[in-house]
Design a protein around this ligand. Structure first.
Ligand SMILES: Cc1cc2nc3c(=O)[nH]c(=O)nc-3n(C[C@H](O)[C@H](O)[C@H](O)COP(=O)(O)OP(=O)(O)OC[C@H]3O[C@@H](n4cnc5c(N)ncnc54)[C@H](O)[C@@H]3O)c2cc1C
Ligand SMILES: [Zn+2]
Length: 262
């Protein structure tokens, strides 16, 4: 499943491990009982034996009275999540492949407890792809930042009020510049520049590619930080995509996460 993000980016699940069931199973190592099943289950009102697994007769040899609805292991999963018993959530995880602008990677790589492998511009020329923001979005963000006094998304102190005309003009200038930058890159490579030096004038809007691996506990912390309204919109889009991937693989854990974010 490859999800397109921004103008040339994507995120794709490489693989995942574990499941909601495995998380419960790991938590039950303490009692050795394993995963017992999702509910609600009908159990005996007297001895709590589940109806779908009635091994013995009830107390005193009488038949069971199956009439009580008991929650299944979602109760334990909820308890783990709500009480921050976090280690069982480290028993599951996922690897994703990401194509994103370098400035997004700079934010992403701050999550030091994930594992990364990135394309090396010392070995291969970088893909000829650079991120160009959407003009109307830039105006919207400038206006929104002014209202919320969001310093990171806001303009510098003596700036004018941003108009769509100005954005369109400046982004056209930027697009032209990117053509010049790419042309220079190719000419440097052609002239025999070492690849590691040919890249020195490339912009942080240039797309790079990496794989990121983390356990589920780590991904949930990543989502908490990078889906927040205070995070930069570009990395938020990637975080939303990670979120969608995790919902597919760990639906019950993700439902708890959405209900009660830390
Ligand atoms: C909205 C937003 C704005 C930000 N703005 C800036 C900014 O302006 N400038 C900037 O530099 N960064 C900024 N950051 C990055 C931020 O400071 C963190 O580096 C980033 O969110 C990763 O968080 P983390 O350290 O918890 O993650 P990880 O590096 O994955 O660490 C996970 C946890 O492991 C532990 N840990 C890891 N390494 C150490 C260590 N060396 N010592 C002690 N404990 C450790 C900590 O408990 C940590 O919470 C911003 C982040 C966000 C979400
Ligand atoms: Zn019984």
């Amino acid at each position: 499943m490859r999800l397109g993000i921004l103008d040339h980016g994507y995120i794709e699940l490489v693989e995942h491990w574990g499941s909601d069931e495995r998380i419960v199973e790991a938590a039950r190592m303490s009692t050795g009982k394993g995963f017992l099943g999702w509910g609600p289950k009908t159990v005996c009102a007297w001895c709590l034996t589940p109806e779908d697994n009635p091994k013995n007769s009830c107390m005193g040899g009488t038949p069971h009275v199956f009439e009580l609805k008991a929650p299944g292991d979602e109760k334990l999963l909820r308890t783990l999540w709500e009480n921050k018993h976090a280690t069982p959530f480290e028993m599951a995880g996922a690897i994703v492949e990401v194509q994103a602008p370098i400035f997004v990677f700079r934010e992403w790589h701050r999550h030091r407890t994930q594992s990364f492998n990135e394309l090396s511009a010392r070995y291969t020329p970088m893909p000829d792809l650079a991120y160009l923001p959407d003009a109307e979005d830039a105006v919207r963000r400038s206006e929104a930042a002014a209202k919320t006094r969001n310093k990171q998304a806001g303009k510098v102190a003596d700036a004018e009020v941003l108009t769509l005309d100005a954005v369109l003009r400046l982004l056209q200038e930027e697009a032209d510049l990117l053509v010049t930058i790419e042309d220079l890159y190719r000419r440097k490579l052609k002239a025999g520049f070492p690849k590691e030096l040919a890249r020195t004038h490339l912009t942080v809007s240039r797309y790079s590619r990496m794989r990121a691996s983390a356990n589920l506990r780590n991904w949930l912390t990543f989502l908490t930080l990078r889906e927040a309204s205070s995070a930069q919109q570009e990395i938020r889009q990637y975080a939303h995509a990670v979120h969608a991937i995790l919902v597919e693989k760990f639906p019950r854990t993700m439902a708890l996460f959405e209900e009660k974010r830390p």
